[in-house]
Write a protein that binds this ligand. Structure first.
Ligand code: PMT
Length: 396
């Protein structure tokens, strides 16, 4: 039996005849060690009763965004954060279209939009609906954003037809969830994340808006796939992902020294940190007093950590950078890739409110030496999964 020991599993049930299998699914998930909470759409309640799933999961079933009592106990945002894994089973054609469209007008679609946990979908529908170009385009868009699609299987359908569209059996879904691919097992990764702070005096510094979320998402995603991960983090307010060794640093110079000290035996280096390019030429030991005249700041270059790793005799097999740009994304990113001798670069547009710095979402354009791959706007955690898949396939 697969193990989901201690995992918080949010099961979303949408309207379809396969919803009857959810009773068995909830029992199986609990047997595999997961704590299960169920959210149903209004259509799902026509196929299976909330009472059944409440009895089997041991928790009240949620179906409305507007349930005051339920929101008081655990709001939909808390529920989205609570989940380690989200499974939507069955995922109807309508649900796939709504998730692909980014809808947020019922509890389940809102949860899918607000969770940072991996979302797994088990489509189930009539074979013609599944084959329809609109459904296939929705599935392709969801896959590109990091949603994991399981099935559908082929066989006799409730409508009497035979073909592709059956929801996978509960046991197959449980196996698929427990078997997170371990494609990075045996690899040693060094990842930088967050900003650097360059001190001017004991109370002031030059910094930037990096939150560290992108680098932490990568560390979490690759550790979950079996890698040994060291994360060198600038000053951020994030918890260390499970299984990751973290080294906290403050300035570009600290980050450089920590990275160089950890380089031996690393096979993949990923630089997601927003490292200061300049630091104050002198650091005052006491607070700089203001005066009535204007002030000018003398700055000097910091060391380029990524370029130094790439030129090091201890160069890891794969050296991957990020490029944060406000214009000419493709051109500037490829230039950085060439100048710093990188194997790949993930470029993002910064200066926007819904991606890049600070946001929990990002869109990336990934360049390897031979290809260009777009990761459309999605959560940083899901973008990390897709980026790892691209690196795994193109930089073996
Ligand atoms: O932290 P978040 O809020 O989640 O935001 C994510 C992010 C926007 C910071 C991240 O996705 C990102 O783009 N990181 C790189 C930011 C950056 O500094 O880009 P750059 O184009 O200036 O630098 C190019 C590359 O060189 C980067 O990999 C950078 O880490 C590296 N570099 C730069 C300067 C320096 N002195 N040393 C370096 O290693």
């Amino acid at each position: 039996m697969a193990s989901l020991d201690g995992k918080h599993l949010l099961l979303g049930v949408t309207g379809g005849i396969a919803a009857y299998k959810c009773a068995e699914l909830v029992r199986g998930l609990r047997k595999a060690g997961a704590e299960v909470r169920v959210v149903m759409t209004a259509a799902a309640e026509r196929f299976v009763t909330p009472t059944t799933l409440q009895a089997l999961s041991g928790h009240p079933v949620r179906s409305s965004l507007w349930d005051e009592a339920a929101e008081a106990a655990m709001s939909h945002i808390e529920l989205a954060r609570w989940a380690d894994i989200v499974l939507i089973a069955p995922a109807s054609a309508d649900a796939l279209a709504r998730f692909a469209g980014g809808h947020a007008n019922d509890l389940l679609s809102t949860l899918c939009l607000s969770t940072e946990a991996p979302v797994h979908l088990a489509p189930a529908m009539n074979r013609v609906m599944w084959a329809n170009a609109a459904t296939q385009a929705n599935v392709a868009a969801l896959r590109a954003r990091g949603f994991r699609i399981h099935g559908p299987g082929t066989g006799e359908q409730a409508c009497g037809e035979t073909g592709e569209g059956r929801m996978l059996e509960p046991a197959q879904l449980i196996e698929a969830l427990a078997d997170i691919p371990q494609a990075w097992r045996g690899r040693r990764l060094l990842i930088t994340a967050g900003p650097t702070y360059e001190d001017l005096d004991p109370v002031r510094f030059l910094g930037n808006r990096s939150s560290g979320k992108m680098g932490f998402a990568l560390a979490e995603a690759v550790a979950a796939q079996g890698a040994e991960v060291v994360l060198v983090a600038g000053p951020v307010a994030l918890t260390t992902p499970s299984g990751v060794r973290r080294i906290d640093v403050r300035s570009a110079a600290h980050m450089h020294d920590a990275v160089m000290a950890e380089l031996s035996g690393v096979d993949t280096f990923i630089a997601a940190a927003a490292v200061a390019d300049y630091r104050p030429k002198t650091v005052s030991a006491v607070k700089i007093k203001k005066s009535d005249s204007d002030a000018a700041l003398a700055l000097e270059r910091t060391q380029d950590i990524l370029a130094a790793v790439s030129a090091s005799p201890l160069r890891p097999k794969r050296v991957i950078g990020f490029a944060a740009e406000t214009e000419n994304l493709d051109e500037y990113a490829q230039e950085k890739m060439r100048n710093k001798g990188l194997d790949a670069i993930a470029a993002n547009v910064v200066g926007l409110s819904d991606s890049g710095f600070e946001s929990s979402h990002n869109a990336l354009t990934v360049f390897t030496r031979s290809g260009r791959y777009a990761i459309p706007l999605t959560t940083k955690r899901q973008a990390a999964d897709v980026l790892l898949d691209i690196l795994q396939e193109h930089l073996p």
